[in-house]
Design a protein around this ligand. Structure first.
Ligand SMILES: *Cc1c(COP(=O)(O)O)cnc(C)c1O
Length: 379
């Protein structure tokens, strides 16, 4: 674990903000159950830190993407349900049974493998079954679910926790595909054996109660990504990334900054170099639009983000406001993850899941400055 007092950057994850976000979503969807999606190491924030906080806030069902994620999570979360969205690779059934996992079954062949094992063991095994309603990605196709409706005995050997489908466009308010998917899902469930149903991801939760059904599956909103991009973010910020300034240098007119010489210096300038780069997940595509929050105001990136460094134009800040050891907020309350994403031409999900491994990571409130960096800055 990198020492916060010597690291080039500190990533702070606010467990109580995550718990608040969970409780807000759970209230919104009640009486439906609110699960928690913690795939990709809880969207890059660290499942070991995040998942117990969610369990303490009341989450009882957790979704991950892969078997390995599920096996890593299971010992941390006794007594909760862990579901594997990508299903089980062939040969992984015994490990999944031993850990009590619930795979998401995405084809009739998946169902046959899992249900067959349940019949052989003489006890039904827990599972979700996914139905494709418009993603064309995973889940039973129309012909498969017609077959299943005609031969419901195929489910013998399985405890069906829920029928599941996934929304393609819920982040766009009023997108017609959301209503179509909801209609298709209900129509598909009609002839199938009755079981709970689950459709909504984070933005889906905000697009109407008819999408809540029995179980909602938020991920990104728990981590502070705006589930309603057309309006203010109802979620609390959860992540803060502070980078340390290594140098502040004067750069004369007609010099340039960084690879490709893209940032031309047209006036005598001060450039601050920060110990964070694209290898840490601050995407190269942040230049030329990105900025950081430093000494109480925004300062624009100067030139391209490099692998381990980024440069910021602090000419308009008061002389001496930024010095070696100063901290710059790269993501946080003043640089929301959605704003960073917009500047990089991507979505908050990708910013979070790109966060690197060279930071010191700590749990704590994101609104206040992390102690470690304040100490580092005062040295
Ligand atoms: C990732 C994922 C979710 C969570 O989506 P968010 O938009 O992050 O809330 C829910 N369901 C499925 C099937 C997913 O793949």
């Amino acid at each position: 674990m990198t020492d916060p007092s010597t690291a080039g950057a500190v990533l702070t994850v606010d467990q109580s903000a995550i718990a608040d976000n969970y409780r807000q979503l759970a209230r919104r969807v009640a009486p439906a159950e609110c699960a928690a999606v913690v795939k990709a190491d809880a969207y890059g924030l660290g499942a070991a830190l995040v998942a117990p906080a969610l369990a303490a806030a009341g989450a009882r069902t957790f979704f991950v993407a892969t078997l390995d994620e599920a096996l890593a999570l299971a010992p941390l979360l006794p007594g909760v349900r862990i579901a594997v969205l990508n299903g089980l690779p062939a040969g992984a059934e015994d490990a999944a049974v031993a850990a009590g996992l619930a795979p998401v079954l995405n084809t009739l062949a998946d169902l046959e493998r899992w249900a067959g094992l349940g019949r052989r063991l003489g006890r039904p095994l827990p599972a979700f079954v996914q139905i494709d309603t418009g993603m064309s990605r995973l889940g039973l196709e129309p012909a498969e679910r017609e077959r299943l409706a005609a031969e419901p005995g195929r489910l013998d050997g399985v405890t069906l926790l829920a029928w599941l489908s996934h929304l393609a466009c819920a982040d766009e308010a009023g997108h017609p595909l959301t209503r179509q998917q909801s209609d298709r899902f209900r129509a598909a469930l009609g002839p199938l054996p009755p079981a709970p149903a689950s459709l909504a991801n984070s933005p889906g939760i905000f697009r109407g109660r008819h999408l809540h059904l029995d179980l909602c599956r938020p991920g990104s909103a728990l981590y502070g990504v705006n589930p309603t991009p057309e309006t203010d973010n109802p979620m609390r910020p959860v992540v803060r990334l502070d980078g340390v300034v290594l140098q502040v240098r004067r750069v004369d007119r007609f010099e340039s900054v960084g690879y490709g010489s893209t940032y031309k210096i047209l006036r005598p300038s001060r450039i601050a170099t920060i110990a964070v780069g694209y290898a840490d997940g601050l995407l190269r595509s942040l230049s030329p639009r990105g900025s950081v929050w430093i000494a109480g105001r925004a300062a624009p990136l100067a030139g391209r983000v490099s692998m381990d460094l980024m440069t910021v134009d602090v000419t308009d800040l008061p002389e001496g406001a930024v010095a070696p050891g100063s901290r710059a907020e790269l993501i946080g309350p003043n640089r929301p993850v959605d704003a960073v994403a917009r500047d990089a031409g991507t979505i908050g999900y990708e910013i979070l899941t790109s966060l690197g491994t060279r930071f010191a990571r700590q749990a704590g409130p994101v609104a206040a400055a992390p102690d470690a960096l304040a100490r580092a800055a005062s040295r």
